[in-house]
Design a protein around this ligand. Structure first.
Ligand code: NAD
Length: 542
């Protein structure tokens, strides 16, 4: 029996590779893009390590070329979800009793495999299937995913080290048990790293999972399953269930072994899963842990002392990288009227320089939005602004879905701080800007705080540091991740643990130890060295 006490120190973040032309990483990635583009993968359901093909299939296409099929996947029915519950509970026995250092070793092996062999595979799948350029894929499906693996092992060791004191004549310790049941991981399309993390954080802590991947990211998520297997994850610990979220959610939340949900996606979907859990509450073995990171209406607040070029750059990158489909993407901006014309002019210059198109052409900074439903939704918001008396489209606005789901980087300028696109999440490359009177900073801050139901990310730009401090304080409930003189996107694991409050989620901070603690139910054990043999207290004895 290995009885070493192992501590995993704080890791370094995975370096972002440069992908210069001719570099080994660029050559490997281009070859893999070519291979995956010319292959149609048949993606099975995976339950208890076994591949299942129901014949009821869906397609994964390139969002930037929707006529091109990358994969077909088999969808689960109710029967397969029930089978997955059984397989997960069978694996629970073995996995929950596997030493945590062994689990950690498997997770660290995942990090090593992804940093090497699987890096081009995951990056290419993420680029083709989710329409990310090289850089956006590298920071997501390679670096952030690796960082989650390595940091979570470190956080786990911190948690297991959190032990109570011994008392007089007794020894105390805490055993961090995994939850008594399975976790339902329901994952979004926009980050491969989040998809991985929503399964792997509970799993590292000894739990088992049913994984409902997002339809549009099924290809990269399937490659993750291959990576997990190669790293040594036992069969049945994660069961891969492509198919209807509504069906999987309904069946999973009605099992008595439903022990928690780890969700990232829209607020509406999380609310419906929460309601289902509530309806089944009396039926469960334990109160389920409901952890969800949801929508956002992320802001940039500009003070009159701000630097024009810094604001324009943050607004451009924060609103348009990955086509505005980061949950943290800037989607509303409050700016003094005196600064707005010069900021807009820099943004227009940037927009005239960037190219939009296929991910295989590495000159393209902007690619496509994820699918037709998303394109139609964005189209509706831009059309609404075009027809509105309170707003005008002052940059971009062109959109075309004939070959791929393309939308130009767009700015809507409005005179109404409660204009529809100042309040509602769009999830596309659209920034709505409300220019305010320079002498009404406090009123504008109040608007920023109270306009939307969300509270995910936000930035303040000010060269006056005291003004930045005040705005940071006044907006303390408006964002779970707040930035001073930086764009509101780009949180890094271990540096800026991520999550928001209000309608943006339970704020359990992915990339930090707060999240891991949700996936254990501690048992405290006291051992008395010499047990009392008399019921009387000292003062009662004659
Ligand atoms: P979505 O809610 O449409 O889908 C998320 C997942 O839920 C998918 O797997 C989907 O298939 C599944 N699903 C859909 N309906 C379901 C139902 N009725 N029951 C069970 N599951 C169901 O979200 P999306 O479009 O994939 O992602 C975009 C959303 O995610 C945005 O709102 C964005 O802000 C949010 N997001 C938030 C964070 C964060 O950290 N706060 C991070 C990334 C994305």
């Amino acid at each position: 029996m290995n009885n070493a006490i192992i501590n995993f120190p704080v890791p370094a973040n995975e370096p972002v590779k440069a992908y210069l032309e001719g570099s080994p990483e660029r050559v490997a990635l281009d070859a893999e893009l070519e291979r995956q583009y010319n292959t149609v993968v048949d993606i099975p359901i995976i339950i208890g390590g076994k591949e299942i093909r129901t014949g009821n299939t869906g397609k994964v296409v390139c969002p930037h070329e929707h006529g091109h099929v990358l994969a077909t996947f088999h969808k689960v029915g109710e029967k397969e979800v029930q089978m997955a519950v059984e397989a997960a509970m069978k694996a629970h026995k073995i996995w929950s009793e596997t030493p945590w250092t062994t689990r950690a070793a498997i997770v660290l092996k995942m990090a090593e495999l992804l940093a090497t062999k699987y890096r081009p595979i995951l990056n290419a799948a993420c680029m083709l299937g989710q329409s990310k350029n090289i850089y956006q894929a590298e920071i997501d499906s390679a670096c952030e995913t690796i960082d989650f693996f390595r940091y979570n092992v470190h956080y786990a060791s911190k948690i297991y080290n959190m032990q109570p004191k011994d008392g007089a004549g007794n020894i105390n310790h805490t055993e961090f048990r995994p939850l008594e049941g399975f976790i339902l991981a329901v994952t979004p399309f926009n980050f491969t790293s989040i998809a991985s993390n929503l399964c792997m954080t509970p799993v590292l802590m000894g739990n088992v999972a049913l994984w409902k991947p997002s339809t549009t990211s099924t290809l990269s998520n399937y490659y993750l399953m291959q990576l997990y297997k190669e790293a040594g994850l036992p069969d049945g610990v994660i069961n891969f269930l492509p198919g209807s979220g509504a069906l999987i959610g309904k069946v999973a939340t009605s099992s008595k072994w439903f022990a928690g949900i780890h969700f990232t996606g829209s607020t509406g979907t999380f609310n419906s899963l929460w309601r289902q859990a509530g309806e089944n509450l009396g039926h469960y073995v334990s109160y389920p842990r409901l952890v969800g990171e949801t929508g956002g209406k992320d802001f940039i607040f500009v003070h009159p002392s701000a630097d024009v070029k810094a604001v324009a750059t943050a607004a451009f990158c924060g609103a348009y990288e990955f086509q505005g489909q980061k949950c943290s993407a800037a989607s509303r901006m409050y700016i003094p009227k005196s600064l707005w014309p010069s900021v807009l002019s820099v943004m227009k210059q940037y927009a005239s320089e960037v190219k939009m198109g296929d991910v295989m052409d590495h000159d393209n900074f902007i690619n496509a939005v994820i699918d037709e439903a998303s394109w139609n939704n964005i189209d509706n918001y831009i059309s609404y602004a075009e027809k509105s008396a309170d707003a005008k489209v002052v940059m971009g606005g062109k959109r075309d879905k004939s070959v791929g789901y393309f939308v130009e980087p767009t700015v809507i300028e409005t005179t109404d701080p409660h204009f529809k696109s100042m309040e509602e999440e769009i999830f596309g490359p659209v920034l709505t800007v409300y220019p305010y009177d320079d002498d009404k900073v406090d009123e504008a801050v109040k608007l920023c705080d109270t306009t939307s139901p969300y509270g995910l990310t936000g930035s303040v730009f000010a060269q006056d540091r005291l003004a930045a401090e005040k705005i940071c304080h006044d907006l303390r409930y408006a964002a779970g991740n707040f930035y001073i003189n930086d764009k509101p996107t780009g949180a890094v694991v271990g540096l800026q643990p991520f999550g928001g409050a209000r309608a943006s989620g339970t704020n359990d901070k992915a990339g930090g130890e707060f999240n891991l603690i949700r996936w254990v139910i501690p048992r405290v054990i006291k051992e008395t060295l010499i047990s009392p043999t008399d019921y009387r207290y000292t003062y009662m004895k004659k």
